[in-house]
Write a protein that binds this ligand. Structure first.
Ligand SMILES: [Zn+2]
Length: 235
């Protein structure tokens, strides 16, 4: 059995409701990591996701690389997105029980990493439960102790762009890759994963319903999608 928690970044977008409908049809619970200004641009789509059972986490306000920010700017990016998400949950009429966080690009802030981790802990962000992830690199990099949520497998489908040279075939190769340069091999028996997909209208335009293609294929290969669980906040 291959176990996976699905995360979808850069929400909201025009295609967010269609992704949510698909996930619900398959009985898959996901964490959607939202960019504050994307939620401001597509509020209806974000409300739809909350009212249809998804958890929305903080992915910063404007999607910067945190290693290029000062401590104050980093904290401000987190807080501005918090303000947007608190208002969004109120508007949707759903209780905000969990506050997961993901850094844009998985960039944990360089020299400010320790400060930002402490900040996330003190502000009561919830770590996605990852004790089931046994990959050695996960612990070697200290990811089991960090409050933010990284991933073990990245579909990298956001690279599919006109003229990029990265195609759907490259995503299939990543799915099948037994020795990936980073992350863990997806199809390793008895492995546990946090999967990274994106809600990008640009991908939708080139590969309609890309999310359905990938997730249907994983389901066929016996991947079991699990409901996200969280560690208690420490703050
Ligand atoms: Zn992102």
């Amino acid at each position: 059995m291959i176990h996976a928690v699905l995360t979808i970044d850069d929400v909201a977008s025009r295609n967010t409701p269609a992704i949510v409908d698909y996930l619900n049809a398959k009985g898959i619970h996901a964490i959607l990591f939202a960019v504050g200004r994307h939620v401001e641009k597509y509020p209806e789509q974000a409300v739809y996701a909350l009212q249809h059972g998804m958890i929305i986490g903080n992915h910063s306000y404007s999607h910067p690389a945190f290693s290029k920010l000062t401590k104050e700017e980093g904290a401000d990016e987190i807080e501005r997105c918090e303000t947007v998400l608190d208002a969004l949950y109120r508007r949707a009429g759903t209780e905000r029980r969990f506050r997961p966080f993901r850094f844009p690009y998985g960039d944990k802030g360089g020299n400010n990493k320790a400060f930002l981790q402490q900040y996330l802990a003190q502000r009561g962000f919830h770590k996605v439960k990852d004790t089931q992830i046994e990959a050695a690199w996960w612990k070697e990099q200290g990811l089991d102790r960090d409050i933010d949520t990284l991933w073990t497998f990245d579909f990298a489908e956001y690279n599919i762009r006109q003229g990029s040279g990265f195609t759907l075939d490259d995503v299939w190769k990543r799915i099948e890759d037994r020795h990936p340069a980073n992350g863990s091999p997806l199809l390793e028996e008895n492995s546990h994963h946090i999967l990274l997909l994106h809600a990008h209208d640009e991908t939708e335009a080139l590969v309609p319903e890309y999310y359905r293609r990938f997730i249907d294929a994983l389901l066929e290969k016996g991947v079991r999608f699990e409901k996200p669980a969280f560690r208690e906040a420490e703050g």
